[in-house]
Design a protein around this ligand. Structure first.
Ligand SMILES: [Zn+2]
Length: 90
């Protein structure tokens, strides 16, 4: 999904339709300024995506295997760090 851009008037809060480019969103701001004389705008970019559980049969109490692997790696990393500190303290 590509980035989408949206302009927002900071005076009245009106939003542009989301556009494929920043230029298109800024054009909406210019037209809004011409019509309303509102002078402050915010331009935002966002990206939509879908999120689903990779393993839909996993129960809620047990995280997916990929998460368990990451947690195990984090724990072993901390242990390795302590080992280096002991060696350095000689
Ligand atoms: Zn406005």
């Amino acid at each position: 999904m590509p980035l989408r851009c949206v302009g927002r008037c900071l005076t009245c809060g009106e939003l542009s339709d989301d556009a494929a480019s920043a230029n298109a969103a800024q054009m909406w701001c210019l037209k809004h300024a011409e019509r309303t004389h509102h002078g402050s705008y915010e331009l935002s970019a966002f990206k939509s995506f879908s999120a689903t559980m990779a393993d839909s049969t996993a129960s809620g109490s047990r995280p997916p295997a990929s998460v368990r692997r990451i947690r195990r790696r984090a724990r072993s990393g901390r242990r390795a760090g302590l080992g280096r500190a002991v060696v350095g303290g000689r």
